[in-house]
Design a protein around this ligand. Structure first.
Ligand code: AMP
Ligand code: ZN
Length: 492
């Protein structure tokens, strides 16, 4: 079974196999840890997870590297505002990112690499670019990539860059999507900003150079696949190619996979638009982690996907059906033997499932035969026609489905419990759906936090909120006593 996957570089659906015949070497751009990730970000990480799991299911080893961008304009700005070091600032969001990956069952890449821990590699690369005439230093001490030195610039995004202005520069980490400019490799230190003292001067890296340096460090000068969200095609990935190939004169990544956007009401879900949900937002609303995973992977990566709560509800009930079905198969007592019709159905489902994924990771088509099998087997069980051999064959199909989809084991309560713990610590209890609090039972910490929030609301003369909290607690059997020493509470 070989995977055919759309390749942004060739514009075609190409075979994907390890060049060395041993392990598929892949690099996926990771998060910028300046805030909590939103589910648009996680759509991309989940689709890459589908890719790696499918490769492994077909017997291919994977060496997957992901960077963590822990220095950039926003991080420097936010850390300075909070009066902490960038490491202290990013540690919180890096940790949150790992927790979110775990809740969504996204497998950890083999290598996770922080930008700040690879500064010497980036400096080396910039020196090589300078030696090749592809980088120059400006008066303030910053370094830029000379676009004119790389005539193939634009080959990934297929942009016509003929109108580009020679020597026009840009130093923002992210910039306008349609203008090609010499871009910053290294930014000279600004007073008060975190910086590194290096052979090319005191400063800090631009955003793009980290991925070239770290990809080549862990995967070699030329590797199999590079992935990211569609917004990274230009300029980020185009710049990675320019930086890397100007030095090596080898193809940087042979295959480029880009996950299309998660949209809300037809617009890209993004921090700057303010139209985003974090994973935590959804867990606190009472949606299950497995349902969020299934919803985010069920629309194939080549399609943009409009996020809706109906989609989450659909995913929740799909998972319910699958879990109930598996339980019924596991617990049932069946006579020995095999029913040839069911054996054929199981084989067909397995073949169609694998074929759909092998065809450009078509997760939507991959789901369909599994539910066909579920219906056929449930009917057979109702009629007493399912035999022990069929059970084993069908469980094997479910196992192969779950090797990629990973939603059958119920670990949802754990993910929700953690999100609630976080909400207590982060003072976000007001975002928790009341049904969820009721379902989980109120912990002492949650009550303390709500009581504190009520006192604050009263101080701010927000009596509506204060009363709402008193009533919510009363409904759950917690009574408050206001006294001159403060508020005491007890459970009825
Ligand atoms: P960032 O943390 O902003 O660097 O983004 C992490 C990853 O999420 C990148 O691969 C982005 O391309 C991707 N991404 C950002 N927004 C979306 C979205 N709305 N839908 C899908 N992927 C996204
Ligand atoms: Zn990158």
């Amino acid at each position: 079974m070989t995977l055919r996957l759309f390749n942004t570089l060739t514009g075609e659906v190409d075979l994907l196999a390890p060049a060395d015949g041993v392990a598929l070497r892949m690099y996926a751009c990771g998060p910028t840890v300046y805030d909590y990730g939103h589910i648009g970000n996680f759509r991309t990480f989940l689709q890459v997870d589908v890719l790696r799991r499918f490769l492994r299911l077909t017997g291919i080893k994977v060496r997957h590297v992901m960077n963590i961008t822990d220095v950039d304009d926003r991080i420097l700005h936010n850390a300075a505002e909070a009066g902490v070091s960038i490491r202290e600032y990013t540690a919180v969001y890096e940790q949150a990112f790992f927790e979110d990956l775990e809740a969504l069952r996204v497998e950890r890449p083999e290598v996770m690499a922080r930008a700040t821990e690879h500064i010497p590699r980036m400096v080396e690369l910039i020196q090589k670019l300078a030696a090749a005439g592809a980088a120059y230093q400006t008066e303030d001490g910053s370094w830029y990539f000379r676009l004119a030195a790389f005539p193939e610039y634009g080959k990934l995004s297929k942009k016509d860059l003929s109108g580009m202005e020679d020597g026009a520069r840009v130093d923002l980490d992210e910039y306008e999507k349609d203008s090609a400019r010499d871009f910053a490799l290294w930014k000279a230190a600004k007073p008060g900003e975190t910086s590194w003292d290096t052979a090319i001067g005191r400063g800090r890296p631009g955003w793009h150079i980290e991925c070239s340096a770290m990809a080549m460090e862990y995967l070699g000068e030329s590797f199999d696949l590079h992935a990211g969200g569609e917004d990274l095609i230009f300029p980020h990935h185009e710049n990675e190619i320019a930086q890397s190939e100007s030095v090596t004169h080898k193809t940087f990544a042979r295959h480029w996979m880009h996950v299309r956007f998660l949209l809300v009401d037809g617009r890209k879900m993004s921090k700057s638009e303010g139209n985003f949900y974090t994973l935590r937002d959804l867990l606190l609303k009472g949606y299950k982690a497995s349902a969020i995973r299934l919803a985010l992977i069920s629309v194939p990566y080549r399609h943009q996907f409009n996020f809706t709560f109906d989609g989450l509800i659909e995913a929740t009930s799909a998972i319910e059906r699958l879990r109930t079905f598996r339980e019924r198969l596991r617990m049932g007592v069946f006579a020995t033997g095999e029913n040839p019709a069911l054996q054929a159905s199981a084989k067909k489902a397995q073949a169609e499932y694998l074929a759909a994924l092998a065809n450009d990771l078509n997760t939507a088509e991959a789901r369909a035969p599994i539910f066909d099998l579920l219906r056929a087997a449930n009917t057979a069980m109702d009629q007493g026609l399912l035999l022990a051999g069929d059970r084993d064959a069908i469980l094997a199909v479910l196992a192969s489905f779950d090797a990629v989809f990973d939603v059958l084991e119920d670990r949802d309560a754990e993910a929700t419990r953690r999100a609630l713990e976080w909400a207590v610590q982060a003072g976000r209890l007001s975002d928790v759906a009341p049904e969820l609090l009721a379902r989980q039972g109120l912990t002492d910490e949650a009550i303390d936090a709500l009581v504190a929030e009520r006192s604050l609301a009263k101080k701010q003369r927000n009596f509506a909120r204060a009363d709402q909290i008193r009533n919510e607690l009363a409904e759950k059997g917690v009574v408050l006593e206001d006294s001159k020493d403060g508020v005491r509470w007890k459970r009825k």
